[in-house]
Design a protein around this ligand. Structure first.
Ligand code: NAD
Length: 427
């Protein structure tokens, strides 16, 4: 049944149960839509292509304003390159060191019914800006845990880059399919040994409440290690090494977090912490294997920032809100891009300063004694009534929306936009 006064493409949309106010074709039959945030707990199911582009541009411009990085890697593979720390790890070498980059991610491609995921739009924007600078920038969209994606990356490196001198491993995933057995493992965020009760913020209601998390059983611990430990990083490095695509003096990095004592039960000493211990063990093994190339592997402990991964961790959004207020007051606030710029410019030197466990620490400002003391004092007193006064919850919410391309200056969110954005995918 056709409604009168509307076009055939519009009718198609109606038949699919979609709202014309949100989606329609323009006169050139290009698909356009008004895209608004649709938040479900700690995820936003829509993303704005122009907003994501503006967010990537902000990060690129930050890097361009800094002095160029001497001895910056020139050919970089970033696994988990579309959002958060991985995206920043692609932007920094590209725009501070003119590096060619190959990105691997798992993102939702837009179609004429649904906007793509923010990681898709970020990658499209990054590629376009990198290519404008004459840089090689291509991407692989698929499951980085699989053998197929590793083979695809190796083939592309051989054909287009020769070798890579830096590999960044920045995956954050809730599940992993074992490439040999096909078994699926799921990660969880739980304490180990004891029940954990702590304050948290209900981000939908802006209310401080208490959360209680029961301890993980042995199987949940093992599954989390399988997903978020270092096994897949090692598999990548083995595969790249065997294929001869690692350049002499290769550097590889994976990211970790430690944070304050108040989150230790659910983070450092919890299931994810076990996975990070495994990541450090993998780092030692990778280092040994890279000795013949005079290569080096590091775990870098980064600061808490708002990303899709961190928003899903109980307690952390409230901690971040309190932390950001203090770090902003002290003029030492950093987001992913500032952190990764500092990592590449100050830490990846010929003689990087490491902690007693051989890790790079760029969480140094977050962990400063005065910052942590202030956070601990605030934590004691924070409640729903004083949430906005004692913390930067507003900043947290703005950062969360920015992850999906919303709330960026200069973007007209009332205007229709084309959700389809191209990426130069390796096939
Ligand atoms: P994020 O959610 O922003 O990014 C995750 C990336 O992994 C995305 O590019 C996504 O596409 C990719 N990905 C997920 N599953 C994949 C799969 N199967 N195949 C291919 N790509 C896949 O996460 P983030 O917060 O930037 O975390 C990256 C790393 O940094 C993690 O190891 C995390 O523990 C660490 N870290 C995060 C924080 C923080 O506060 N966010 C702090 C310190 C360390």
């Amino acid at each position: 049944m056709f409604r009168s006064g509307i076009t055939r493409p519009e009718q198609t949309l109606l038949n699919k149960g979609l709202e014309l106010s949100d989606n329609c074709y323009n006169n050139d039959a290009t698909f356009i839509m008004i895209i608004s945030p649709k938040i479900r707990g700690f995820i936003c199911t829509t993303a704005h292509p122009d907003g994501c582009e503006a967010h990537v541009r902000q990060q690129v411009e930050y890097v361009q304003k800094q002095p160029p990085i001497e001895d910056c890697p020139k050919k970089v593979l970033v696994i988990g390159s579309s959002t958060g720390y991985g995206l920043a790890s692609r932007i920094v070498p590209a725009f501070a060191g003119q590096a060619d980059t190959l990105g691997v991610f798992f993102e939702r491609q837009p179609n004429d019914r649904k906007s793509g995921s923010s990681g898709w739009y970020n990658s499209a924007a990054f590629e376009s800006m990198a290519k404008d600078q004459g840089l090689y920038a291509r991407s692989i969209n698929g499951d980085a845990f699989s053998k197929e994606i590793k083979d695809q990356a190796i083939k592309e490196i051989k054909e287009s880059m020769g070798q890579v001198d830096c590999v960044i491993y920045s995956l954050a995933s809730p599940r992993r399919q074992d490439p040999d057995t096909g078994d699926i493992y799921k990660s969880c965020l739980k304490p180990i040994g004891t029940t954990y009760t702590q304050k948290t913020v209900n981000t939908d209601k802006a209310e401080v409440e208490e959360i209680t998390i029961e301890p993980a059983n042995e199987d949940e611990i093992n599954q989390t290690v399988k997903v978020m430990g270092g096994e897949d990083w090692e598999l990548w490095m083995n595969a790249l090494s065997e294929a001869g695509v690692l350049a002499p003096s290769i550097t590889t990095l994976a990211y970790s977090y430690i944070g304050p004592e108040l989150t230790w039960s659910v983070y450092k000493d919890g299931t994810i912490g076990r996975a990070k211990i495994h990541l450090e063990e993998s780092c030692r093994r990778i280092n040994e294997k890279l000795a013949s190339l005079e290569g080096r592997a590091f775990v870098s402990v980064n600061k808490a920032v708002v990303t899709q991964a961190s928003s899903a961790i109980p307690v952390v959004p409230l901690y971040i809100s309190v932390l950001f207020k203090k770090m902003k007051e002290e003029g030492i606030h950093e987001d992913c891009i500032e952190q990764i710029h500092r990592l590449f410019s100050d830490r990846l030197t010929s003689d990087p300063k490491l902690d007693s466990s051989n890790r790079i620490r760029i969480d140094d400002w977050e962990m400063r004694e005065d910052i942590q003391q202030s956070v601990a004092d605030t934590w004691e007193n924070i409640n729903t009534e004083n949430l906005k006064e004692l913390s930067d919850f507003e900043g947290y919410q703005k950062d969360f929306l920015k992850l999906f391309g919303f709330g960026l200056d200069g973007v007209n969110y009332d205007a229709e936009t084309d959700p389809l954005r191209e990426i130069d995918l390796v096939d």
